[in-house]
Design a protein around this ligand. Sequence first.
Ligand code: FMN
Length: 389
Amino acid sequence: MQKNYRRDTLSMASRLFAPIELRGTTLPNRIVVAPMTQFSADDGVAGDWHFVHLGQFALSGVGLILTESCYVAAAARNATSCLSIYSDAQERAIGRVAAFINKFGNGVFGVQLCHAGRKASAKTPSEGGGPRPVSKGGYQAVAPSAVPVSPDWPVPRELTINEIQELIETFSSAAKRVERSDASVIELHGAHGYLLHQFMSPLSNRRTDRYGGSLENRIRFPLEVFEAVRSVFPSEQPVGMRVSATDWAPGGWDIDSTVHLAKELDALGCDYIHVSSGGLATEQDITVGPGYQVEFAAEVKRHVDMAVIAVGQISEPHQAETILRTGQADMVALARAMLFNPRWPWSAAQELGDDTFYPQQYLRGHPSKWGNRGMSIAGNYSFESQPKK
Ligand SMILES: Cc1cc2nc3c(=O)[nH]c(=O)nc-3n(C[C@H](O)[C@H](O)[C@H](O)COP(=O)(O)O)c2cc1C
């Protein structure tokens, strides 16, 4: 989709606001809205909340707006109020958001496809979190192995080989729905202890068949899902994967395994890798702070050609710019900072002395246009400064 990037006005002073090409898709800048589950969908259908929540980032000129985890099947959902894309109604609802972003923003819209695996059938944070038992309206969770999230969670049912093949098909059907909804990018959620990550980590995958045991076997399912999704998604539209670089727990998934997976994804034509961490092991021991996961992105970047997204407490424009300029990543994703200030790209452009997209309707709000002006005779606000008398 051809967009107006206002290249004429971009000074290109910063890396943050330099466009980036992923396949045949150009992102107007390197700012990504990270996926953020809203627990606000009605039986998986994106409603007015999603329309406004995601749409606001289009008005702010974000380069890539990713949905929250969007579930590929009913039994895959973390909670029933999670966004999903396995029905026509859900597909249409995502399409409504995509149409707005495609028409009014300059950025690109992407859907994060997810299966919760053993984390399925949970209570929402407002309900106190934790598992929702089948006896209380929950549903049976499946996983690579019958290993629960923690002793407080029900034991998931181990997937059969046939079910694994069916799940690959399920992801592929969801990818076709994403295409029909007119979103431009797919991100596979391979992080935070969800199904793909559960296959990768030796802490959750105890299988003894070709989907478990060695590193090659544990990454087989994520790679097969990637290939299936890539093969049905239009060739000019990017497919990336989000990963947890480490489980932060002894005996768990680690950065070396992540680099190995990243190289395999790169060879299969993956367009980007989005490097997060944690979320699988209850015993995880993380020291968080500004940019605490950037070193993992940088390590992955040293080994791959595909684009790398850094995420995790990136909130300051100069911090983001430094990550890009020092070659630690190609894009930066922001979650909480973007909730706090959805106009973050505008403030960042100002701070970095760069220019960026403002919707035509909002141009007069830019401080450079305030000047000394008043109401025109016709009732329209005048852009021009009033002549001094
Ligand atoms: C409200 C909220 C919901 C989140 N939901 C998701 C999600 O659906 N999928 C995902 O991959 N990460 C999710 N995350 C993690 C963020 O994408 C991000 O990786 C994390 O918040 C660190 O980035 P930050 O320091 O910029 O907030 C969520 C984070 C927040 C704050």
